[in-house]
Design a protein around this ligand. Structure first.
Ligand SMILES: *Cc1c(COP(=O)(O)O)cnc(C)c1O
Length: 371
């Protein structure tokens, strides 16, 4: 048989695929337990807005038609909400698509892509798939060290990924620091600010008063791309829809590598409707802030340290190798996220759930720790 490995693109040969969390049904079967709660993928425990579901159900009637390849209705709503021009917007099958387009439109095997230690796992995968060199800059207090990142820029640096806040650490960069970094970038470097958790981080009760809205800077810095998603606070992870905001010329170039009809019609309809439900969003954000307090208070009473987070998740230092605790939690019916593959072998990342889910997780954690 052909050795397909030898046929694969060089970057793909050594690639390890992103490891998604296991679905609940599979684990229940494997472990013979029921009533599993999943606090592993930063999903919204309230689910989506009922308006989004109604819109998706209505769109189901027309699934025999191709979706609007330009996503006009959704883009028009985003344009008004964000105060940007239509030409500055690009839609993705999840915001992962936006990250992918940025790499495919701008990065060649001769280039370097930079990101921080402990950064989102999709950045190294996309970089390697493009055959480019990944420059991983050591973190500072679990977060981005922008001074070190600035020093690591070379002639070959083409794209820098910055997740604000970062997943899985939850760390965030204040406005002044991040804007100074972007303003100081050489003209040959693009920066993608990944704001998958923007709505959570900018909610006042999360306490990040100088957390920035990078979309406000797009008009000033033509080499800035901002990515956001409907997967997290809007509860539409399964439909796959996100967007990018950038300079019209950058959007045009990314649009050239975008597969036609990359966002399906149910996703387009649901996302547009979700934007109308500010009440559901407020409920989501308030629930999250309260859940964060509940979890961090629980960690303190277990004498565990956590990394302060402004997302809908928090990484806790278990004080030992976390893998056996992850397994023990599974047997208690609680799925969290091990983050050893992010260089954090002693941490577990847990998504903020409903109050009763948070309580069940804390009780299970105390039990598996033997407290
Ligand atoms: C969840 C997440 C995304 C995007 O996920 P999509 O479902 O593809 O929109 C992007 N960046 C980070 C840091 C995330 O955690």
């Amino acid at each position: 048989m052909t050795d397909f490995l030898s046929l694969a693109a060089p970057g793909v040969r050594q690639l390890k695929p992103y490891q998604p969390g296991k679905p609940i049904e599979e684990l229940e079967r494997e472990l013979g337990v029921s009533n599993i709660i999943k606090l592993a993928s930063n999903e919204n425990p309230l689910g989506p807005s009922p308006l989004a579901l109604t819109a998706a159900r209505a769109a189901l009637e027309d699934v025999w038609l191709y979706p609007d390849g330009n996503g006009f209705v959704l883009k028009d709503k985003l344009k008004q909400k964000l105060g940007v021009a239509m030409e500055q917007l690009i839609l993705g099958n999840g915001s992962s698509d936006i990250l992918d387009f940025a790499v495919r439109a701008f990065v060649t095997p001769q280039d370097e892509v930079m990101f921080s230690e402990h950064a989102f796992a999709v950045y190294p995968i996309l970089t390697q798939a493009a055959g480019a060199r990944a420059v991983v800059v050591p973190a500072k207090n679990w977060g981005h060290d922008l001074t070190a990142m600035r020093s690591a820029i070379t002639e070959r640096t083409r794209l820098i990924f910055i997740a604000n806040p970062n997943n899985p650490t939850g760390t965030w960069l204040p406005a002044a620091e991040l804007e100074a970094f972007i303003a100081d970038l050489p003209a040959h470097v693009l920066v993608l600010v990944d704001e998958a958790y923007f709505e959570y981080a900018s909610y006042p009760a999360m306490g990040a008063a100088d957390y920035p809205d990078a979309i406000a800077w797009v008009g000033r810095y033509p080499n800035l791309i901002v990515a956001r998603t409907f997967s997290k606070c809007y509860g539409l992870a399964g439909l796959r829809v996100g967007y990018g905001v950038c300079h019209p010329q950058v959007a045009d170039l990314m649009n050239r590598v975008r597969p036609p009809f990359n966002v399906n019609s149910l996703a387009l309809a649901a996302a547009a409707a979700a934007l109308d439900d500010s009440e559901h969003l407020q409920q989501t954000l308030a629930l999250n802030a309260a859940g964060m307090d509940q979890l961090t208070a629980g960690f303190a009473s277990l004498d565990l340290r956590h990394i302060p987070s402004v997302g809908n998740f928090v990484s806790v230092d278990t004080g030992r190798t976390a893998a056996p605790l992850y397994d023990a939690l599974l047997r208690e019916g609680v799925i969290v996220r091990p983050v050893a593959n992010y260089g954090m072998p002693n941490h577990l990342r847990v998504t903020i759930g409903l109050p009763e889910e948070n309580a069940r997780f804390l009780a299970a954690l105390a039990k598996v720790l033997g407290r």
